[in-house]
Write a protein that binds this ligand. Sequence first.
Ligand SMILES: [Zn+2]
Length: 120
Amino acid sequence: MIKVDSELLDFISHAAKNTHPNEFAAFLREDKGVISEVVFSPFSIFGKNSSTISHFSLPIDTSIIGTVHSHPSDNGLPSDRDLNFFSHYGKVHIIVRYPYERWNFFFYSREGDFLEYEVL
Ligand SMILES: [Zn+2]
């Protein structure tokens, strides 16, 4: 089961609200088996209703285990582009949809399957 720090979820929630109506995107870092940090890539492109994480900007850091991005809509499902990106990188991908509350977080595997998670 994926473990995630509750303060991190609060942080992501705030970041997504502050970035709305644009998308927020960052990398996830794991510490001692718990997802506990986000890492911003200086090369991330934030735009209206779309964010792009360049493959060239992927951090070379083995503690990075996946990504998080927001959907400024009530759709928490990964898009085709999301699925394509998930399949190339990391093992845990979070999508948080509007209005970015606790129950709006969705965790996906590389294959785009739902992952159960535990908040610590
Ligand atoms: Zn998306």
